[in-house]
Design a protein around this ligand. Structure first.
Ligand code: ADP
Ligand code: MG
Length: 735
């Protein structure tokens, strides 16, 4: 009988999964329901909610767009309305839903159960105003980078009125989720959302001032828009559980590529496999009900890799939505007998997964600040905004690199088809030429005004065919927005968004001061804008790179240009200790010094923990799976060699003997490397975190990669029936 745990048996399982549509898009008669009829049904929309008087509604909406505090009696009205809404939809509990520095979301459930006064037998459902406004989870249990001790562990969650409450259908009942920030007793941010909200509110103020200075007086507010494209892998769950490295670390620590990987590029945009499509349909449906406007789904380049992208919304909501999307992908994948891998590099030699943050600014009249307009004066403003972002990314490239750092993303940045760890900006030819013109002053000399006007007028037209298609740039201008592509697939986007916002804020604040001075001094707005563009471009032009970002020549060229290249997180983290480098985060009010220190410690600890788990997982896999499989094969070969001799079939049986010798050599090497790794891990554990992380990146990780080579060689030679682990072949192609 077949061993039910053999890889063969797992293959049978994977290919015989049921593929029925379990989506909830049908009514009780089996008829498909149109999306618009259930979109957002699990979102509490204050604009339309019952039980809120019109005057209160207006007041709440106004306050949620500002920094003001809601009146307690208004909060009580919302609390009563949302309780009625949620409990009538089967909610028994509510929770403050927040994003601690783990990068995941956290929730602590509380029942709506209350009792009428003095009567323990008269239960009612209730959410008090105070409970909506504030919660008090134990802050010491979340990553705090040593910034908090248990005796002062109090942390507070506080309602974020700018992101709507929603119902999570989990288990048998529903839970009302209240998006909140998470702060300490003395209002230090203990989460990812707080700095993001600070950056959004500050940028709105400063960008509005910029618009006023440039003559656009109608604007009262500016929002940051973000659309985050999310990549992930799906593999059958039976293979996942048979690979200890996937279960423990989220990535394969070794594995050989199959004959057909992604070289045919036949997966990208290809027909979505039926079982995957069924999963995607249910995913979209659940997300629609949660008001997440997912728009695109497709196969990605690597086999088994997929993407989902929502329409852009304001950055805070977009960051919340991305958390919901990641959680839903993971939950529903399991329901469909898959496991979703969110790791940045689950398979060596194939594309990794990232998150492309499409980022732009828009005012409340609907003007996109990165959209070239039909008239010349609008285009100077547009060009100035682009030059501000270029200067911001150039000035703060190192800290931006740190903001996307994680042990997982280290494998992706600079890896197969991933933006490199050097930040450069793609502008495209048209825009680059216009900037060159402005810089050289040629096209913009007084006697050449006509030409200038013509070129600038034509910007909108020029862009139609000028967006980045080669996708090798970590930061690209894509027609009416920038796309930050170096972000990792598992990362909470709130942090890189906050750092990017702060970087732009830093330059925008200076730009306003420069413009004001020039205009007050009698310069026209366009003239002032041109001067500003020249100033920023003159300083930061070297970060523009329109060519291939993957090739070796670029690495050398970037070095010549002095662009920072921090290949690993431990290296990049030094930037967080550099007071000058992080000054802008503090100056713009986006983060406090202590919060950056906390971040530093949390990132460092997380790096060390992830790597340590990888090191111990490879050791046990080598000892428990790989060496035993290779030994089995050796015994088989021994028998063959012996019988060859006994049967007196000539002198030599060269195939068996050379395989035997190869196995002996390889196993010895492997064993010795694993022993060395174990010794190095012990040395690391005796060091402080900084030195330990650096040694891991510099010596242990390369050793791990060497161990992987040995494992791969054995995988390639040991017969299928003796190899106990699923291979890339299984994980990538069986579904
Ligand atoms: P591609 O894969 O070609 O880059 P997608 O359609 O997958 O494009 O994703 C593009 C993302 O960019 C979507 O989330 C979309 O809503 C978003 N986007 C489009 N315009 C803007 C904009 N002005 N600001 C921010 N995001 C935008
Ligand atoms: Mg896309």
């Amino acid at each position: 009988m077949q061993n039910p745990n053999s890889v063969d048996a797992l293959r049978v399982l994977a290919t015989h999964r049921t593929r029925q549509n379990r989506g909830v898009t049908k009514d009780h008669t089996g008829k498909l329901i149109r999306v618009s009829s259930y979109y957002g049904e699990n979102v509490f929309d204050i604009k339309s909610a019952r039980g809120i008087p019109e005057s209160v509604r207006e007041e709440i909406l106004k306050v949620s767009k500002s920094n003001k505090v809601l009146k307690k009696e208004h909060v009580a009205v919302v609390a009563a309305a949302v309780t009625e809404w949620a409990t009538s939809r089967g909610a028994t509990h509510f929770c403050h839903w927040f994003q601690p520095l783990t990068g995941l979301t956290a929730q602590k459930h509380d029942a709506f159960l209350h009792f009428k006064k003095n009567d323990q037998l008269r239960p009612i459902e209730k959410l008090r105003a105070g409970q909506l406004l504030q919660g008090e989870p134990d802050a010491s249990s979340f990553p705090h980078g040593g910034s908090r001790t248990t005796f002062e562990a109090r942390g507070y969650t506080s309602w974020d009125t700018s992101s709507p409450m929603f119902l999570l259908e989990e288990g048998a009942e529903n839970i009302l989720c209240i998006p909140t920030v998470f702060i300490s007793y003395n209002t230090d941010a203990l989460d990812i959302k707080t700095p993001l909200l600070r950056s959004i509110s500050k940028i709105s103020e400063v960008a509005t001032e910029f618009l006023h200075l440039t003559g656009h007086y109608d604007a009262k507010q500016v929002v940051i828009n973000c659309g985050a494209e999310q990549e992930y892998f799906l593999i059958d769950k039976s293979f996942f559980y048979a690979r200890p490295d996937l279960v423990m670390t989220g990535r394969t620590l070794f594995g050989t590529l199959t004959a057909k990987n992604q070289q045919l590029s036949d997966h990208y945009f290809g027909t979505i496999p039926e079982r995957v499509l069924t999963f995607m349909q249910e995913l979209d449906c659940e997300l629609y009900r949660l008001g997440v406007p997912v728009k695109t789904r497709h196969n990605e380049v690597a086999p088994g890799q997929f993407e989902i992208a929502p329409l852009y919304t304001d950055a805070n909501l977009s960051a919340d939505h991305n958390q919901i999307i990641m959680a839903k992908i993971q939950k529903l994948a399991r329901k469909h007998d898959f496991v979703a891998l969110m790791h940045e590099k689950p398979f060596a030699g194939l594309n990794g997964s990232g998150k492309h943050l499409n980022w732009s600014m828009m005012d409340d009249t609907g003007l996109n600040l990165f959209e070239p307009g039909p008239a010349a004066h609008q285009n100077y403003r547009f060009l100035a905004m682009v030059s501000i972002v270029i200067e911001a990314v150039n000035r703060h490239a190192a800290v931006l690199r740190t903001s996307i750092g994680s042990s997982g993303n280290d494998h992706r940045l600079g890896g197969h088809e991933a933006p490199p760890s050097i930040l450069s900006i793609f502008l495209g030819d048209a825009l680059s030429k216009i900037f060159d013109g402005i810089l050289s002053g040629k096209t913009y000399a007084a006697n050449d005004k006509q030409l200038m006007k013509m070129e600038v007028d034509q910007i909108g037209y020029l862009f139609q065919d000028n967006v980045d298609r080669n996708r090798t740039s970590p930061f690209a201008f894509t027609g009416n927005r920038f796309e930050f592509r170096a972000v990792g697939s598992s990362q909470a986007i709130g942090f890189p968004l906050s750092v990017l916002n702060a970087a732009v804020l830093d330059v925008l604040i200076e730009s306003n001061a420069i413009l004001k001075k020039l205009i007050d001094g009698g310069k026209g707005v366009n003239e002032a804008l041109i001067q500003l563009i020249k100033q920023w471009l003159g300083k930061s032009k070297h970060i523009i790179h329109n060519g291939d970002g993957y090739c070796q020549e670029w690495l050398e060229e970037a070095k010549k240009r002095g662009l920072p290249n921090h290949k690993t997180l431990p290296e990049a983290l030094d930037n967080f200790k550099d007071e000058k480098a992080i000054e802008f985060l503090v100056k713009t009010g986006v983060m406090q010094q202590q919060e950056i220190k906390t971040r530093y410690n949390v990132l460092l600890e997380s790096y060390i923990m992830h790597r340590t788990i990888e090191f111990s997982t490879i050791q046990s896999m080598v000892k428990q799976y790989i060496i035993p499989s290779a030994l089995d094969y050796k015994l088989k070969l021994q028998d063959a060699i012996k019988s060859h001799k006994e049967l007196g079939l000539g002198k030599k049986s060269s195939a068996e003997i050379s395989i035997y010798e190869f196995l002996t050599l390889n196993m010895d090497e492997l064993y010795n490397k694993v022993e060395t790794l174990s010794e190095l891990v012990t040395s690391c554990s005796k060091m402080d975190n900084e030195n330990s992380s650096k040694l891991m990146a510099k010596e242990l990780l390369p050793l791990l990669e060497e161990i992987a080579i040995n494992c791969n060689e054995l995988e390639e030679i040991v017969p299928e029936d003796l190899w106990k682990l699923p291979k890339y072949f299984d994980m990538l192609f069986f579904r």
